[in-house]
Design a protein around this ligand. Structure first.
Ligand SMILES: CC(C)(COP(=O)(O)OP(=O)(O)OC[C@H]1O[C@@H](n2cnc3c(N)ncnc32)[C@H](O)[C@@H]1OP(=O)(O)O)[C@@H](O)C(=O)NCCC(=O)NCCS
Length: 140
């Protein structure tokens, strides 16, 4: 692997982002939707193997004390090689005094626990499509 990490959205092929999310089993929309979401985020991290986009993540934040992590996805064939850890740690280090919250995909809690995240006792969410979130196992 020839890993390259990018901290901005320049020259990102958004159809690759949509495709990676789909392959990783996450919510995937039209490429321009992801473009807007990443461009409007406080922190973005894209990881390449050579020229190939293999993973990414983003955080929305006030940049001062609160942040939330979204769209962390690694291409299936690159999972389990430490790339998710690099992305989360990069975001964490860029937001040194921030609490960072997220909702883990069901079954992925252990990954975040390895990176020192703790389960929240009182997390609440107001979702646009609550039935869908329930079906996917995110809410009761
Ligand atoms: C979840 C995901 C982001 C993890 O990234 P990754 O690059 O595969 O993980 P890493 O190789 O960096 O793993 C870091 C550590 O977490 C562990 N880990 C990874 N996935 C895990 C899981 N599902 N449960 C428990 N531990 C896990 C690894 O074994 C590793 O531990 P180690 O350092 O002791 O060996 C990635 O697998 C992925 O994209 N999955 C599909 C999409 C997804 O679910 N995204 C998260 C949405 S919340």
């Amino acid at each position: 692997m020839s890993l390259k990490v990018q901290y901005n959205c320049s020259n990102i092929k958004w159809d690759n982002v949509a495709q990676t999310l789909k392959l990783a089993g996450m919510a995937s929309y039209a490429p321009e939707i992801h473009k807007k979401a990443f461009e409007n985020s406080h922190n973005v991290v894209f990881v390449f193997d050579g020229e190939k986009l293999i993973g990414f993540g983003r955080a929305i934040s006030d940049g001062i004390y609160q942040a939330a992590l979204y769209d962390l996805a690694i291409l299936p064939e690159y999972q389990g090689r430490g790339i998710g850890r690099i992305i989360v740690n990069t975001i964490k280090n860029s937001l040194p005094n921030c609490n960072i919250i997220l909702y883990a995909a069901p079954g992925k809690e252990g990954f975040y626990e390895k990176l020192d995240f703790r389960k929240m006792k009182t997390g609440m969410g107001l979702f646009c499509n609550a039935a869908n979130m329930k079906n996917k196992g995110f809410i009761e």
